[in-house]
Design a binder for this molecule. Structure first.
Ligand code: NAP
Length: 284
């Protein structure tokens, strides 16, 4: 008899955030559990600011294996765990929590997910000349990954230049305003452009960004994803530049989290397929 989705022995993992109803994580993790026949289930939990502390405590109370943490709680959760991994401490944000004994450990797998998404598409971080647009929580993980990966020079463009300056100081980048997106000399020297803003996702246009001024092979990576092309990637594609959307980062950060939750190596191809991407093996 095939095992039911949830049995008395089933272990629970979830995602905490608000909103969570559009998250692809449940689909991706549940597909991975099914592929490896693991007795786990992954559930979305919409958490309110007043309940986030209780939700983290519930891990021990209810024996929940772990949570992914998403917008807007990645920074709040830093203060709610017993211990941070060195990566989460360096980034200052948590996107994965799990139990070790009675301790709740906060980790950040976004930086690893970012690096692996690029590596698996042949993009090297070492010596890369990067423009990062946006200076919020996810930009912190990107800047950490770029530093760890040995990126050459990193320019950080943000609407609020003061925020960019603060972050740039921490991660040895150069802070600029969004007018830099029309600066052709700067764009001509980039090998990688990363969008870490949600601009245009709710409708409306992206910024005045001259994608055609970047070199032909300059990779454009949008951390966001939607039904079709994001406005940022639509601009890049129109200019004939290579593109990657946020599902690639989602899968690779999820693969690292999967290992923390289950102790098993993640079936990455299954996870790619679950979010509508071609498995890596067939791409080569
Ligand atoms: P966040 O902390 O809220 O930061 C948002 C950034 O976007 C800030 O720098 C903000 O600038 C800028 N911004 C927002 N609206 C803007 C506008 N209308 N014009 C100009 N700048 C604007 O958000 P986050 O957590 O970094 O997330 C950013 C995006 O990455 C989201 O779309 C999120 O879904 C995505 N993401 C994807 C993954 C993945 O696994 N694929 C992981 C993490 C995040 P100010 O500083 O001026 O406010």
């Amino acid at each position: 008899m095939p095992r039911a989705l949830v049995e008395g022995t089933t272990r629970v993992v979830g995602i905490l955030g608000n909103p969570v109803d559009h998250s692809l994580s449940p689909r991706m993790h549940n597909a991975a559990y099914a592929a490896l026949d693991l007795d786990y289930v992954y559930v979305p939990f919409r958490a309110m600011p007043a309940t986030i502390r209780g939700a983290v405590r519930a891990m021990n109370t209810l024996g929940i294996v772990g949570f992914n943490v998403t917008v807007p709680y990645k920074q709040d959760v830093v203060k709610l765990v017993n211990r941070l991994t060195p990566t989460a401490a360096a980034i200052g944000a948590v996107n994965t929590i799990y139990r070790e004994g009675s301790d709740v450990v906060g980790d950040n797998t976004d930086a690893a997910g970012f690096s692996e998404a690029l590596r698996s598409h042949g993009v090297k971080l070492r010596g890369a000349h990067v423009l990062v647009i946006g200076a919020g929580g996810s930009a912190r993980a990107v800047l950490h990954a770029l530093r760890e990966g040995g990126a050459g020079d990193v320019v950080l463009a943000n609407r609020t230049v003061l925020t960019a300056r603060r972050l740039a100081r921490e991660f040895a980048a150069t802070a600029v305003g969004l007018d830099a997106l029309e600066h052709e000399a700067l764009l001509a020297s980039r090998t990688l452009v990363v969008n870490s803003t949600p601009i245009g996702l709710e409708g409306g246009a992206y910024l005045d960004y001259r994608a055609a001024a970047t070199p032909k092979g300059c990779m454009h990576f949008d951390l966001a994803y939607g039904r079709g092309l994001t406005p940022f990637l639509a601009l890049a594609q129109r200019a004939g530049r290579p593109i990657l959307d946020g599902r690639h980062m989602l899968v690779h950060q999820g693969a690292v989290a999967f290992r923390r939750f289950t102790g098993r190596k993640a079936p990455v191809d299954v996870m790619l397929e679950a979010v509508g991407l071609a498995p890596a093996a067939r791409k080569r």
